[in-house]
Each structure stands twice: as structure tokens, then as C-alpha cells.
Design a protein around this ligand. Sequence first.
Ligand SMILES: CSC[C@@H](O)[C@@H](O)C(=O)COP(=O)(O)O
Ligand SMILES: [Zn+2]
Length: 204
Amino acid sequence: MTENLQLEALVDACRWIGAKGWAPATGGNMSVREDADRCWLSESGKDKGSLTGNDFLQVDIATHQVPSGRKPSAETGLHTLIYRLFPEAGAVLHVHTVNATVLSRVEKSAELVLHGYEMQKSLRGQSSHLDDVSIPVFDNDQDIDALARRIEHYATERPLSYGFLLRGHGLTCWGRDVAEARRHLEGLEFLFECELRLRQLEKP
Ligand SMILES: CSC[C@@H](O)[C@@H](O)C(=O)COP(=O)(O)O
Ligand SMILES: [Zn+2]
């Protein structure tokens, strides 16, 4: 397993996420794609800031079968959905940051629209602060299959890029590899904090 460089990069990313305080109290889950059919997903219930390579379980993307017999993340269905929807996705990071949790509740509509921030250019393909970046906000659900179906339906009607918010829960984002998923996470988190502060300051 250690010869998988993306898995090593993911272990590093998890330590970074833990040090940032973005995966408190076992919250969060992370994965990398192995190939078209399989990914490596964090084991359920662990402290995601102190994972090693052995804490990642091979999961079949189509069937959710786990050869080890161990229990992957409770949110496995969201990771596998992303790998199914986006063949170019190579890594998925789900975090419970304070900014994502609060902003997703402050934003009452189904999409958070970011506009006017230079840091929008941290997201792949974005080249101007003058463009709108829409991040969908899905109502949270303990039924992950139902939640995945809602997200899949959204993706049939609207572009879905970079990541989505789960209301009162957190952010799930992805990239072509771990480095890009990390950049999207850091960029979005920065943008969420700016947006939250701006809304507080502009509140009548
Ligand atoms: C602190 S419990 C949070 C979980 O319910 C879930 O949202 C989460 O992110 C972690 O679940 P896990 O099964 O460990 O991947
Ligand atoms: Zn979660």
C-alpha cells in the first residue's frame, strides 16, 4: 500500500487537516482513487488527523464492497458518487470546518454564490474575481443513499465543480489529485471565512 504515492499524499493532507482543526472529534473523511473501479477510503470513526496508510480501506466504487471486511466511512456513498460522476476526480476531502458549518446555515438558498474575490482563482478553471462561483448547499441527511441521490440529480441539471456544502455539516470537495483537492479545500475555506465575515459586517 505504501507504494501508492497518492495515498501517501493523502495521509499528509489528513495531518494538515487535523492540525488546522478542520476534522474535530472524528469528523471528516478522505479518499483517493486507485483506478476506474476502486478507491481508498478512511476507516469510519477514527481521528482523521492522525491516520496512517493502514487506516485506509479499499472500496469498490460501484458496489461498495470492502475486501478487508472493515468499515469504511459512513459517508462512503458520497465519495463513490463523486468518483462515478467525475472520472477525472482523483481525491475527495470531506471536512467539518466551523466556516463551512455556519455559512451553510446562514445561506438559506440552495446555492452559495461567491463573487468578487481574487481567491476564486484557487479553483480550477477560474480566472477572474468578476465571475460567479456557485457552490451548492444540500440539506443534510443521515440517509447517505438518499443524499447521494439528491446530489446526483442536481448534477444532471446544473454544473457541479470543486465541491458542495452539506447544511450544518461541512464541505466535501475534490480534485484531479490530492494536491488539487487540497488547494480547493484551502481556497474554499478561505472564501467561506471571507463571505461569513462580510455578511456579519454588512448585516443591517
Ligand atoms: C463526529 S461524527 C461525524 C460523522 O457522522 C460524519 O459526518 C463524518 O464526517 C465522519 O464519519 P466517518 O464514518 O468517521 O467517516
Ligand atoms: Zn461529515
